[in-house]
Design a protein around this ligand. Structure first.
Ligand SMILES: Nc1ncnc2c1ncn2[C@@H]1O[C@H](COP(=O)(O)OP(=O)(O)O)[C@@H](O)[C@H]1O
Ligand SMILES: N[C@@H](CCC(=O)OP(=O)(O)O)C(=O)O
Length: 391
């Protein structure tokens, strides 16, 4: 806990220092009764141009393609959409969205650039670095990149699923100082403010504890995808990369200008003190684990207390099917994930060598790629605490 004064001081200091900023705007902000809300899009363009004119680098992550497409071809509001309908609507709405932004930013003399991404673009390390280079080039040229998930081609199991998560990954990818998430509520409340009149606003969150997580319900606006849950998750991803986050109202006039001039609006999330390096952040937050290894107590201790690599001798069970190079969870005997890392052998190979000394790998498999099943440079400990070990 910190005092209100300390929270406000840190908030203002971090706003003043922020030079590279990712701003995410949700569908509920951008869409009105008749489709994309030109007034709101104009406000956003003015606000972002104001930040840009102060010499800051700004990147916009914008939702709204599906809801814009839905309004454009007048699909009944009560119709429940499946994945293929949403993908088709995104194809219709994305071009409307970009046309609206192009006109709005053009009025302030700004050039924009459309970047559509799938999860695969960030899950492969070479593509991840490629996206990073493109974004840096766009920023160097003074343009404002506008990013959305490439919904039309993203297959279900390889989706980000929501733009809050995508925005947080972009923040970490380009080492942004701050993630600003603009939505249809004033910020994070102690309960869902649209359902609970007693819910009170939170101004500063030092750490996303289970208590904070419990404040958030599954409820989302009629147009939203991720809800407050995915915004909290996003703030956690950004905090672990050393950035701060803000959740606040996207439909208010001059919101960014007012925020940066010190007005107390919305909820501010402080960065974590111990930040993990960019490669480990990529492993822990971008990759989707494809299976798990259950470890004995000695292996859990080696990882958690001594930061060692994982050897085959400490593995007691292999869960799921995965290939060399996939991300895989490490679990203790109670089934809790203690870490996640890149695997040096496929699931079938590990089933053969688990419980054995590393010196036997070659005789069992007929080849020997590495002593370790996971190298410590590729392991991210999720909860490095002693209580994780079995008594
Ligand atoms: N504790 C909470 N504080 C604020 N909003 C909450 C909370 N719990 C649930 N919500 C819901 O989250 C919604 C915002 O998320 P979402 O609909 O996905 O917006 P967006 O389209 O901007 O991403 C709010 O409209 C609100 O109903
Ligand atoms: N990519 C989708 C938006 C997905 C999403 O996260 O929506 P939201 O919760 O409104 O930010 C679209 O452009 O419609």
């Amino acid at each position: 806990m910190i005092s209100m004064e300390e929270g406000l001081y840190l908030r203002q200091t971090l706003f003043d220092k922020a030079q590279r900023i990712v701003i995410k705007v949700g569908s509920a902000v951008l869409t009105g009764e008749n489709g994309l809300d030109a007034v709101i899009i104009g406000n956003i363009a003015r606000d972002l141009s104001f930040l840009h004119n102060t010499g800051r680098e700004v990147i916009l992550v914008s939702s709204g393609a599906v809801s814009a497409g839905r309004k454009k071809i007048a699909i009944d509001d009560t119709m429940v959409l499946g994945l293929k309908e949403k993908q088709a609507l995104a194809a219709i709405g994305q071009s409307c969205l970009m046309q609206a932004y192009d006109a709005a930013f053009g009025a302030f003399g700004k050039n924009i650039a459309q970047v559509l991404l799938t999860h695969r673009d960030l899950a492969k390390r070479d593509r991840y670095l490629n996206v990073r280079n493109t974004l840096f080039t766009l920023l160097k040229w003074g343009t404002i990149p506008i990013i959305n998930e490439n919904d039309t081609v993203s297959v279900q199991e390889l989706r980000f699923g929501d733009n809050d998560t995508l925005g947080a990954h972009i923040c970490n990818l380009i080492e942004a100082d701050m993630f600003i998430c603009l939505t249809d509520v004033l910020g994070l409340y102690s309960g869902d403010p649209t359902a609970d009149p007693q819910a009170r606003p939170l101004y500063t969150v030092v750490e996303i504890t289970p208590e904070i997580e419990q404040m958030v319900t599954h409820v989302k606006s009629s147009l939203g995808t991720g809800g407050m849950q995915s915004k909290l998750k996003a703030a956690g991803i950004v905090a672990s990369g050393g950035g701060s986050s803000f959740i606040g109202p996207g439909r208010q006039h001059d919101i960014l200008r007012r925020l940066f001039s010190g007005e107390l609006i919305g909820t501010f999330f402080l960065p974590k003190k111990e930040r993990i390096n960019s490669r480990k952040r990529w492993i822990a937050s971008v990759l989707k684990p494809q299976g798990a290894l259950v470890l004995d107590d000695g292996a859990c201790r080696a990882l958690l207390e001594r930061g060692k690599s994982l050897l085959p001798s400490g593995i007691v069970e292999v869960v799921g099917d995965f290939d060399v190079g996939d991300a895989v969870h490490c679990r203790n005997g109670r089934g809790e994930a203690i870490g996640v890392g890149l695997i040096n052998y496929g699931a079938a190979e590990i089933r053969k060598i688990m419980g054995c000394h590393s010196s036997r790998i070659e005789s069992i498999l007929g080849y020997h790629d590495s002593e370790e099943v996971m190298h410590r440079d590729n392991i991210v400990l999720l909860r490095p605490r002693k209580e994780q070990l079995q008594e």
